[in-house]
Design a protein around this ligand. Structure first.
Ligand SMILES: *[C@@H]1O[C@H](CO)[C@@H](O)[C@H](O)[C@H]1NC(C)=O
Ligand SMILES: [Cu+2]
Length: 238
């Protein structure tokens, strides 16, 4: 009986975690769940930073293609909406134990519907990590407070054209052992217009930009931290 209760408790704690980027708001329109986004059928993490699914998910969580490309204005903001599952409400973003950074990357592509995502061409456009050192508050906690809405500014100096937009959340609750950090990401298919095209971002590869031993990926978050090094490249700015 006791074992049975323990089993149920374990299952429940597994069920309550994980998260998915389910919706993108752009130009005042909140697109439907999974519209323009390659959403997986399962909300579990990617944990192997050297595997292709670190770019646009897939692998253990097969993704469903969308035939929609979402129009986005350079210099404008979009909102990525995170939920525990595709059907969760704003009060169920991700388990509060899932503390860590929240970021966004982009990659210029010829065809946003067919580009697999993994490989070179990625640049980071936003990041937040340990957002309040005094209270040890993480960007994921801010995201939960904001009902899962991640506001992302599309750089004004980008060239027009099709891109993949990759919001990402890293959960560090198990990150004190190698391979224990949980990476959550999905790729949205976007079409940028109104960009000046005056600056070309330096890019990195995914996989490639992260190492399992990076200080922001292999880390014990259960001791008081004085700082946190967000993984990946510097944020591209115009
Ligand atoms: C991107 O936007 C431009 C400007 O509105 C439009 O001409 C083009 O067809 C769009 N491309 C896609 C793939 O939606
Ligand atoms: Cu989880």
């Amino acid at each position: 009986m006791f074992q049975h209760a323990l089993y149920i408790a374990t299952v429940l704690s597994v069920v309550s975690c994980h998260t998915i980027f389910v919706q993108l708001t752009a130009e005042g329109t909140t697109n439907g769940i999974g519209v323009g986004i390659r959403d997986p059928n399962y909300d579990g993490p990617i944990t192997d930073v050297t595997s292709n699914p670190i770019a646009c998910n897939g692998g253990p969580n097969p993704t469903t293609a969308s035939n929609v490309i979402i129009n986005v204005k350079a210099g404008g903001t979009v909102t990525a909406v995170w939920r525990h599952t595709q059907t969760s409400g704003p009060g169920d973003v991700v388990d509060p134990s899932h503390k860590g950074p929240v970021m966004a990357y982009m990659k210029k592509v010829t065809n946003a519907l067919t580009d697999p995502g993994y490989g070179s061409g990625w640049f980071k456009i936003s990041e937040a990590g340990l957002t309040n050192v005094a209270s040890q508050t993480w960007a994921t906690q801010d995201l939960i407070s904001n009902q899962g809405k991640q506001t992302i500014t599309i750089p004004s100096c980008l060239a027009d054209g099709q891109y993949l937009l990759r919001p990402e959340l890293i959960a560090l609750h198990g990150a004190s052992s190698s391979g224990g950090a949980q990476f959550y990401m999905e790729c949205a298919q976007i079409n940028v217009t109104g960009g000046t095209g005056t600056k070309t971002p330096a890019t990195v590869s995914l996989p490639g930009a992260y190492k399992a031993s990076d200080p922001g990926i292999l880390i014990n978050i259960y001791k008081t931290l004085t700082s946190y090094t967000i993984p990946g490249p510097e944020v591209f700015t115009c």
